[in-house]
Design a protein around this ligand. Structure first.
Ligand SMILES: Cc1ncc(COP(=O)(O)O)c(C=O)c1O
Length: 461
């Protein structure tokens, strides 16, 4: 592991993936070298004076208060097991055992884990499919309104906004219909911790409203994904009095580690200080970099870049299929030839995730690589046209998978990333799902949840 990471760092890679700090330069720039040099000395436990994550009275209470102020919410709770643990606790705190939850079908696997833990019945809200980009888009308020009226016994609604590609839902309108029905709205804002600060510090951002501003009850933010703290550090924001904070804390104690890392919490603290002291500067720079990148990217023939109202444009969704690149082929070319590491590819889309730590030079290197690839490369023009990458052994295995059509799935099958279940427990497996699954496997994508024999776990008999 250490060798791998040392070698990777030696390549001086350009990061357009999580985490958002993008390496040590951000902390060095703002005078936090000491933390970087001596962080092992910060790895302590709950000694005298160090407070307790589950009974915050001292330095961890100060950390929570810092985020409460930064987001302007009723209460903030620092998390050290990612947004994942915040979502699980939030759901279990507001939906009784065996109760019903309305959830977007493209929720993250942690939401599905909460269903299993609480014996909760799912009611799926279908996100709109973006025909132009073939990915799931926002969840329409009308869809939520319809499900609330069909399922008056549901306790709460949860959806990701932004989703992995940056597409946001109209949380203000969804909040209105949810609250009209007396239910609770949880927003999975794992990918949108930064949105609040564009609104606070930016000029005319054009970015969608974050859940806290738009009236959600609970919003969980992966600070690590787009801002400046370390992987796994996150913040749960409580924004209304509809949720019982004690219930929430009780569940957090059950799902979080009892050995909270002071290193992770310190990185949350440093990120908070950087936002407080340098937020206006950093968000102006980020916005200028994005404006510059989009302007230049639009000029590259053969490159399409997603731009739409309701899009968190800090996620750069790139499509170079007109030059013969699938998302995966583009990712490989960027990594192998230019040392640029994007976040995710799906079909023809490659998503490069920007963060608070990206510099103008990172954007410039990405632009220059895209320009070169667009000029030189001419290959078959869609995934279907690429040379057939099928191999007979693999195809035999796939025939086993294809024979599972019509059976009932009992363990989620999850391409990772993005971590959104393709097939959920209780679903009758369809041909389309199987074809999508074999496509993912053929494409070399990681898929979680299959058995040792590479099959879907199904109900017997
Ligand atoms: C939409 C979404 N929600 C939640 C999570 C979980 O966040 P974390 O990694 O902070 O636990 C992820 C992780 O990628 C995600 O993509």
């Amino acid at each position: 592991m250490e060798d791998f990471l040392l070698k990777h760092a030696e390549k001086k890679p350009v990061s357009f993936h999580m985490p958002g700090h993008k390496g040590s330069a951000l902390y060095k720039r703002f005078g936090h070298e000491k933390f970087l040099q001596d962080f092992f000395d910060y790895d302590i436990t709950e000694i005298e004076g160090a407070d307790n994550l589950f009974q915050r009275e001292g330095i961890i209470a100060d950390l929570a208060e810092k985020y409460r102020r930064l987001y302007g919410v009723q209460a903030s709770i620092p998390l050290i097991n990612g947004t994942s643990c915040g979502l699980i606790a939030a759901i279990l705190a507001v939906v009784p055992r065996g109760g019903k939850l309305i959830l977007a079908r493209n929720c993250h696997k942690s939401v599905f884990n909460a269903l299993s833990l609480g014996g909760i019945q799912p009611v799926y809200a279908k996100p709109v499919l973006s025909p132009e980009w073939s990915i799931s888009g926002e969840v329409a308020p009308e869809e939520i309104e319809r499900l609330l009226s069909d399922h008056p016994d549901a306790s709460a609604v949860i959806l990701p906004s932004p989703n992995y590609y940056g597409i946001c839902s109209d949380i203000r309108e969804i909040g209105r219909v949810v609250h009209q029905s007396g239910k609770i709205l949880i927003v999975d804002q794992a990918h949108g911790a930064h949105l609040e600060f564009f609104h606070q510090f930016g000029e005319t951002t054009g970015l969608p409203l974050n859940g806290e501003r738009a009236g959600a009850d609970i919003v969980v933010n992966s600070i690590h994904k787009t801002l400046g703290s370390m992987t796994q550090s996150a913040v749960l924001n409580l924004c209304s009095r509809r949720v019982d904070p004690e219930q929430l804390e009780e569940w957090l104690q059950m799902v979080e580690s009892t050995s909270p890392s002071y290193i992770l919490m310190t990185s949350l603290d440093i990120n908070g200080r950087i936002l407080e002291d340098h937020g206006p500067l950093l968000f102006r720079e980020w916005q200028e970099n994005l404006n510059w990148f989009y302007r230049k990217a639009r000029e590259i023939p053969g490159l399409r870049i997603m731009e739409a109202p309701g899009l968190d444009r800090t996620k750069l969704n790139l499509d170079m299929s007109h030059r013969g690149y699938t998302g995966r082929a583009l990712e490989e070319a960027l990594i192998e030839r230019y040392g640029i590491y994007p976040e995710l590819n799906t079909g023809n889309i490659l998503m490069a995730m920007t963060g608070i730590g990206n510099t103008r030079e990172d954007y410039a290197r990405l632009l220059s690589a895209l320009r070169e690839l667009a000029e030189r490369e001419k290959r078959p023009s869609s995934r279907k046209d690429l040379p057939d990458s099928r191999n007979p052994g693999q195809e035999d295995r796939f025939s086993g998978l294809l024979s599972q059509e019509g059976k009932t799935c009992i363990r989620s099958v999850i391409p990772y990333p993005p971590g959104i279940p393709l097939i959920c427990p209780g679903e009758v497996i369809s041909r389309t799902q199987l074809e999508e699954l074999t496509d993912c496997l053929r494409n070399g994508e990681k898929v979680l949840g299959l058995t040792n024999k590479g099959l879907i776990k199904v109900q017997e008999g």
